[in-house]
Design a binder for this molecule. Sequence first.
Ligand SMILES: [Zn+2]
Length: 98
Amino acid sequence: MWWLRRLFARSARPEADNALWLHLTCDRCGEAIRVRIDRRYDVASNLLDPGEEGPAYTVHKDVVGDRCFQRISVTLGFDRRMNIVERHVRGGRLQAEA
Ligand SMILES: [Zn+2]
């Protein structure tokens, strides 16, 4: 039953503070979709020159819900303290983040 142990090990792993949940609504069918962003793995750091304006980190996700094949494209920009400073969503709407 190795797979069962693996399943438990995975679900028992602490989610910690690295998770950022996005709540999207699909433009096409209205489905509510929850997307998990991991601050360690999903975030790309932008190499800004000193004094250059713009987000220090960027996340890009393409999301497809269960109800239709609409692709929702999410791009978020973060400052150095990982606060969201830019939001761009195509194909859907961003409800909130927590
Ligand atoms: Zn949809």
